[in-house]
Write a protein that binds this ligand. Structure first.
Ligand SMILES: Cc1cc2nc3c(=O)[nH]c(=O)nc-3n(C[C@H](O)[C@H](O)[C@H](O)COP(=O)(O)OP(=O)(O)OC[C@H]3O[C@@H](n4cnc5c(N)ncnc54)[C@H](O)[C@@H]3O)c2cc1C
Ligand code: SF4
Length: 536
């Protein structure tokens, strides 16, 4: 049993857990990382749209339930690196205002217990670690930053540049989306990233996406004091008799149960699985679930209101890497709608195979192949608001139940209309205003009819705050009710803003990491290993 004792146990290797492991690794402390999944195999299937987008080859092979008891097949991934293996790597800071209270059409987006300034330096560190490519000063809602992006923005391909110019001419302020890909455009021969069309939603076959495995876990486990156990599913956390300390982490591994213990236990399973783990760990001292005296664990689930909008033009769109353009002019509202609407950017370029599974209303005379060749594939994000009844629970068999009713939908509809208007104002040099034949909304989650299954941006289920009555975690993301339990994945968000969440999770993991270093009595560390360089 002595061998199973560590200083720190981290459960989960995604944006939160992976980043924290990287940060703590040089401390010399004995660290155990437990990950339920394995490494994503390196195989041609990584970049196969049929297998990835249509067949869900890498999706978690489990089913949850929705609020009506119907099966829900979540679009989520259990691998080393978590969902960052498959993410689009659009790495945004939340806006400064997102940390305060904001009034939305659908209600209130509550304030965070920390301010943007508390996180600013950690955002910078996270951008450096994940090699974010971007241009400061273009995005009109961008919060103040004390340093430039470590890499210049990924350039627009000609069709996207043309759209950007059109948008700018019509008075919008389009910008380059900050992305974490190891692309060196000045030195293409040596660039690790080859700028391909299978990035967003796919694992990178050449290891050039800045994901939590490549950037963090691979570096962390170079330290002899760090152990990673894959295929190790944490089933339950057990406390001591006082209920104040997690005493044992119970893991299913190689078909049997094992127990591990540590001075500090960090949960980072993703917002849905972390809440489920705490709920499953109920005991007589924590009858509602671990760390759940407040009864907020599992509640306030948020996942963003997202949609893909395709604009079909007469002009072809031969873009390969499409996720370079963003528009935030409507993020906080507009003259005709005073409430926040959200964020417009792109998904990876859609192809006919992907479209086939979730074919939208077909434009006359367009085959799917032609549609894919001519479409601009926008990604729209609006904030959903924390509702205590949108929640994760577990049924009698321990199965996850995700109950969710969408809210703040007026904001999203307004955002869609803003995009339609903006597209009407573009003026193609060959076909004039008629070039964009129409905008078609469709579900992103091709091949899966239940939009709730799209849990990519899950957050909010174990919120942090000052008041133990209304939050489960304190400002350091330690459970109010326990002395050695922390949560560092997307669960801690009290509100979600309308930009992609991963950079905020990473930055917060670094912030919590500094707190943990102090708690472990580590004053300074020497970082012998460097994050992967863009050039090979
Ligand atoms: C297709 C796709 C595209 C996306 N694009 C973007 C984007 O462009 N920008 C952005 O900001 N975000 C994006 N996201 C979202 C982003 O990936 C997540 O916000 C982020 O990965 C969440 O980090 P996390 O640490 O909370 O959880 P995760 O990254 O999900 O990590 C959780 C880890 O815990 C493990 N785990 C779960 N339960 C257990 C258990 N019981 N025992 C042991 N291990 C466990 C999981 O296997 C996983 O490795 C995207 C997501 C998807 C799916
Ligand atoms: S090579 Fe570049 S564009 Fe292609 S998947 Fe990898 S990181 Fe993404």
């Amino acid at each position: 049993m002595t061998d199973n004792r560590y200083d720190v146990i981290i459960i989960g290797t995604g944006a939160g857990g992976g980043t924290l492991a990287y940060h703590l690794a040089p401390s010399g402390k004995r660290i155990l990382i437990l990950e339920r999944g394995d490494y994503v195999p390196r195989e041609k299937a990584n970049w196969d749209p049929q297998l990835v987008n249509v067949d869900g080859h890498y999706n978690a092979k489990e089913s949850w339930l929705d609020k009506d008891g119907k099966d829900l097949h979540p679009h989520t991934n259990y691998y080393v690196g978590g969902n960052t293996k498959f993410y689009g790597a659009a790495l945004f800071r939340l806006r400064k205002e997102d940390f305060g209270e904001l009034r939305h059409h659908g209600g209130i987006s509550p304030a965070w217990p920390i301010s943007y300034d508390d996180l600013e330096s950690y955002y910078t560190q996270a951008e450096n670690l994940y090699q974010v490519h971007g241009n400061r000063g273009e995005d009109p809602t961008e919060p103040p930053a004390n340093s430039p992006y470590p890499w210049p923005a990924v350039s627009h391909e000609p069709r996207i540049q043309q759209l950007s110019d059109d948008f700018a001419r019509s008075g919008l302020r389009p910008f380059h989306v900050p992305v974490g890909v190891m692309l060196d455009e000045k030195n293409p021969r040596k660039s690790r990233c080859i700028r391909c069309n299978t990035c967003d939603g796919f694992a990178c076959l050449v290891g050039a996406k800045s994901d939590a495995q490549v950037v963090c876990i691979d570096e962390a486990i170079k330290h002899p004091n760090v152990t990673l156990l894959t295929n190790s599913l944490v089933k339950r956390l057990e406390t001591d008799s006082s209920g104040r300390e997690v005493k044992s982490v119970i893991v299913e591994r190689n078909g049997s149960l094992e127990a591990y213990s540590a001075d500090l236990v960090i949960v980072s399973c993703g917002a849905i699985n972390s809440a489920a783990l705490l709920l499953r760990s109920a005991n007589d001292k924590h009858p509602r679930g671990l760390a759940n005296n407040s009864d907020v664990v599992g509640r306030h689930y948020m996942g963003h209101t997202n949609s893909v909008m395709m604009a079909i033009s007469k002009c072809p769109n031969p873009t390969i890497f499409q996720k370079t353009l963003g528009v935030n002019d409507f993020y906080f509202g507009s003259k005709d709608f005073e409430y926040p609407m959200g964020h417009i950017s792109f998904v990876g370029k859609l192809d006919a195979i992907t479209l086939k599974a979730g074919a939208p209303a077909i434009a006359p005379n367009f085959t799917l192949d032609l549609m894919a060749k001519h479409s601009l594939d926008f990604w729209l994000t609006s904030e959903d608001l924390p509702n205590p009844n949108n929640r994760v629970t577990i049924d009698r068999d321990g199965k996850i139940v995700l109950s969710y009713t969408p809210n703040n939908l007026e904001a999203h509809e307004r955002l869609q209309n803003k995009l339609k208007q903006a597209m009407k104002q573009t003026n193609c040099s060959m076909h004039g205003h008629e070039c964009h034949q129409g905008l078609f909304g469709r579900n992103l989650y091709v091949g899966q009819r239940i939009p709730l299954a799209g849990v990519a941006h899950q957050n909010g289920t174990i919120r942090f705050g000052h008041d133990p009555k209304t939050s489960a975690l304190d400002v350091n993301c330690k459970a109010h009710d326990l002395d050695n339990l922390y949560v560092v994945d997307g669960s801690f968000f009290p509100s979600s803003g309308a930009v992609n969440p991963a950079l905020t999770i990473m930055a917060n993991a670094l912030r919590v990491g500094d707190h943990l270093m102090k708690r472990l009595g580590v004053s300074q560390v020497e970082r012998t290993s460097q994050p992967v360089l863009a050039e090979v």
